[in-house]
Design a protein around this ligand. Structure first.
Ligand code: SF4
Length: 282
């Protein structure tokens, strides 16, 4: 489908994690033409970058095209550290703008493959399918393997370009992924043997309190986040945007989901406030 619709091979997006390893191997064994890309988030652990470089070297020796995608924001090259000041708040679980800018903006006109799996979240179970089509008609966006012929034909026959996604291991459990890697003896990212369950960006808000361990192991990244928060606060002050953050440490504590850091506004018990301030509401 990728060759027919786009005239170019399927693109395997390789994050350096275990899921990418599995679907890259599946593509290789399927004997289809494919290329491999790694999105440079600039916040990956050094081990992940070295692992991806090694993988690319091996693949290139086999004639497979591999490349690193450098993200662009508002027409200029961007990193995690320059993006945070521009956005004026750190990325959070609910506002993962970094993923959107550093990863999802690439390859807008290609057919790509990702390692999205239903086992990772209920939201994914409800919103993601084997094939995904970027269309305004939501009923045609997600295509499952067992969808009816009419819907599948609509997707497969459509020649309008735009990003399309194939998620070949969508119904795999964690155990399936590891069983496959171990039984086929695939070389995986060494971070998994150092107690890491996931190998995304260091400091990713999705890692919650596990980030404390990441920052103990990689203090340079903690300093980089601090510097980004300081630059962010400079912009906030210059633009006179009201804020409760007095310094980078306060931003960091808030970001690490600590209990009410200094300066944080709090919700309060409205009924007891009303009793204590009876005159204000009259
Ligand atoms: S920090 Fe997390 S949410 Fe942000 S780009 Fe990295 S993986 Fe995505």
């Amino acid at each position: 489908m990728s060759l027919r619709i786009y005239g170019e091979p399927l693109v395997i997006t390789d994050s350096g994690g275990k899921d990418s390893l599995v679907y890259r191997e599946i593509a290789r064994r399927a004997g289809i033409p494919y290329e491999v890309v790694h999105n440079l988030t600039t916040a990956d652990a050094p081990e992940t970058v070295y692992y991806v470089r090694d993988t690319f070297k091996r693949l290139e020796e086999q004639g497979i095209r591999c490349w690193f995608h450098k993200p662009i924001y508002k027409g200029k090259p961007v990193t995690m550290w320059s993006l945070i000041p521009q956005k004026k708040f750190p990325p959070t679980r609910l506002q993962r703008y970094c993923c959107q800018v550093l990863k999802e903006e690439s390859l807008k006109d290609r057919f790509i493959t990702t390692g999205v799996r239903w086992a990772e979240s209920l939201k994914r179970k409800n919103n993601r399918g084997i094939f995904e089509n970027f269309t305004t008609d939501k009923s045609k966006k997600i295509i499952l393997n067992n969808d009816n012929d009419e819907k599948r034909m609509l997707f497969e026959a459509c020649t309008i370009k735009g990003k399309r996604i194939c998620n070949p291991i969508i119904d795999w459990q964690d155990r399936d992924v590891w069983d496959y890697i171990r039984s086929e003896r695939l070389p995986f990212n060494p971070l998994y043997e150092n107690g890491f369950f996931r190998v995304g960006c260091l400091g990713c808000p999705m890692a919650g309190k596990r980030r404390y361990r990441e920052f103990r192991l990689y203090p340079t990244y903690k300093r980089a986040y601090f510097r980004a928060f300081e630059k962010m606060l400079e912009i906030i002050r210059k633009e006179q945007i009201p804020t409760g953050w007095k310094d980078a440490q306060a931003v960091f504590d808030w970001w690490m989901e600590e209990e009410t850091p200094e300066g944080q506004m709090q919700l309060f018990d409205f009924d007891s406030w009303k009793k204590e301030n009876p005159d204000i509401l009259t």
